[in-house]
Ligand binder design. Structure first.
Ligand code: SAH
Ligand code: SF4
Ligand code: F3S
Length: 482
């Protein structure tokens, strides 16, 4: 990140905007500041913003970028939609996520009636779908700013365009090679932060919309990533989460090839950084080199999120996952041999077209054999535009519900047993927050990502302390500091 204050001071606002990025965006941030100062005089307070984020870590990190820009412009964060600027950062991976957004937009319309100066924005993955944009143009005229996943960096420019024109601004890019570095990022926590290492996805799993809404795979340059992490660490961050839809294929499109394992080795060298996490690993690309680097590392957390989706090789083929049940299990055995204490978590889908009870039995078999620490279990959702949406033999809902319930039951049993394996041990916990349910309690995470609640003062937030894991309650621990 630039030293933002200096940058803003040095930007000449009385001329044409610069053509190059990120200087252009700092120019528009400056322009928006002028507007906000004027608005502040008029309403007698700082204007407020509220952002609701749906979906995955990528979206949450994108929201952190937008929040940083809004704060520089002079907005303050509000805790509800009764704000001067409201933005929904959307996810479209499953149908119910879309429905929720439309429902909430309806409510916003009513709030806006009482505050005509209110600005409503909507962005994220849903906006990359043409039918969504058509619907917004047609039925949601009160939405002021609409943008997609490729042009988040342009947020200040779009906001300024809306402020100046009063018109609905819709700016969606179909695809982009552009990676704009050095824009501000706000951090929800002082001590941990997400870092994008790549964007997009090339895998085209047959059920998945992500490659269509996030575009082709693009890796950030290692130097840019390292520089960002060093700055974060200088600023007090001790844990980073490297983000990408398939981190194991990092580096394939770089001029000077570097593997994900190679990148991790470089990041490990950064002094002051204590914990390194990453998400997500596609099983087909997880290399022996990565297992070696992880096993030798003092900083990489002992946790791999390794989405299985299905345990049936026949369904996996139809999903275009490019591994079989046997290959997946072999990979897990290799990982566990190198790191016996590792936690493995996963994503599972029930009800993919053509799935039978026997296929679900195979999934249940893998769940038992792997012993996941936790698993996200989803019902298949038909996404228009994906190959699976056109497949015949979509599974009837009652079959999906029945199989979902029995898979979930197994997942919960296996995860509870597996999570409890450290009961009685003392392990380092990164303290994240006060426990919202119980006064005097803190909440933090083990290296393997399991949540621990224990007694302590809020001054410990952001530090790593040793905690005895007294009692496992399903998917979390109650502990005591030693
Ligand atoms: N890149 C990650 C996953 C990103 S999407 C990976 O490949 O592992 C997160 C999860 O949503 C997926 O792992 C999958 O389990 C689920 N998902 C994606 N598309 C879905 C669909 N059409 N229906 C139900 N679940 C879906
Ligand atoms: Fe979707 Fe597959 Fe890409 Fe993950 S790897 S984002 S599931 S297409
Ligand atoms: Fe959803 Fe987009 Fe993530 S569709 S899962 S927010 S990449």
């Amino acid at each position: 990140m630039y030293d933002d204050i200096d940058i803003l001071k040095n930007i000449e606002l009385n001329c044409e905007p610069p053509a190059e990025e990120p200087a252009r965006q700092y120019y528009f941030i400056g322009k928006c500041v002028e507007y906000v100062n004027e608005l502040r005089g008029r309403i007698g307070r700082k204007p407020s913003f509220f952002i609701q984020t749906f979906g995955c870590q990528m979206n949450f990190h994108d929201s952190e970028k937008i929040i940083a820009i809004l704060e520089q412009i002079g907005f303050v964060e509000a805790d509800s939609e009764k704000a001067d600027f409201v933005l929904y950062n959307t996810c479209t991976v499953r149908e119910n996520a879309n429905e929720r957004v439309y429902g909430r937009l309806g409510q916003l319309k009513r709030i806006k009636k009482n505050n005509p100066e209110m600005i409503i924005g909507i962005c994220g993955c849903m906006m990359q779908e043409e039918h969504v944009i058509e619907k917004i143009r047609r039925s949601y005229r009160f939405v002021d700013i609409v943008f997609g996943t490729h042009n988040i960096f342009k947020f200040a420019e779009l906001l300024y365009a809306r402020l100046k024109s009063g018109e609905q601004i819709i700016d969606i890019w179909k695809e982009s090679d552009l990676i704009v570095e050095e824009l501000p990022v706000d951090r929800k926590y002082d001590f941990k932060c997400g870092v994008n290492i790549m964007y997009g996805c090339n895998n085209f799993c047959s059920y998945c919309i992500v490659p269509y809404v996030r575009g082709r795979e693009r890796s950030r340059k290692p130097d840019d990533i390292i520089r960002e992490i060093k700055r974060l660490v200088d600023d007090g961050v001790i844990e980073i989460m490297l983000l990408g839809q398939n981190v194991n294929s990092y580096g394939k499109n770089l001029d000077k090839a570097l593997t994900f394992a190679g990148l991790l080795k470089e990041i490990e060298k950064i002094d002051g950084l204590k914990r390194i996490r990453f998400m997500t690993s596609h099983p087909k690309d997880l290399s022996d080199e990565l297992i070696e680097v992880m096993a030798a590392s003092k900083k990489i957390c002992r946790h791999i999120h390794l989405p299985l989706q299905s345990g049936s090789s026949r369904i996996l083929k139809s999903m275009n996952r490019r591994y079989t049940k046997e290959q997946y299990l072999e990979l897990v055995y290799k990982i566990k041999k190198a790191m016996p204490d590792i936690s493995i978590t996963t994503d599972l889908i029930v009800g993919f077209p053509g799935e039978t009870d026997e296929d679900v039995d195979e999934t249940i078999d893998v769940v038992k054999k792997v012993g996941y620490d936790s698993a996200f279990t989803f019902q298949y959702s038909k996404r228009t535009g994906t190959p699976a949406a056109k497949m015949e033999n979509q599974v009837p809902q009652e079959t999906v519900t029945r199989n979902f319930d029995r898979l979930l039951k197994t997942v919960q049993e296996v995860a509870a047993e597996r999570t409890a394996r450290f009961e009685g041990e003392t392990m380092p916990v990164l303290v994240e927050d006060v426990d919202s349910h119980e006064e005097g309690m803190l909440t933090g995470r083990l290296g393997n990502n399991t949540v621990v609640h224990f007694e302590g003062g809020r001054d410990l937030i952001g530090s790593i302390v040793d905690v005895k894991l007294d009692e496992c309650r399903g998917f979390y621990y109650i502990g005591s500091m030693v």
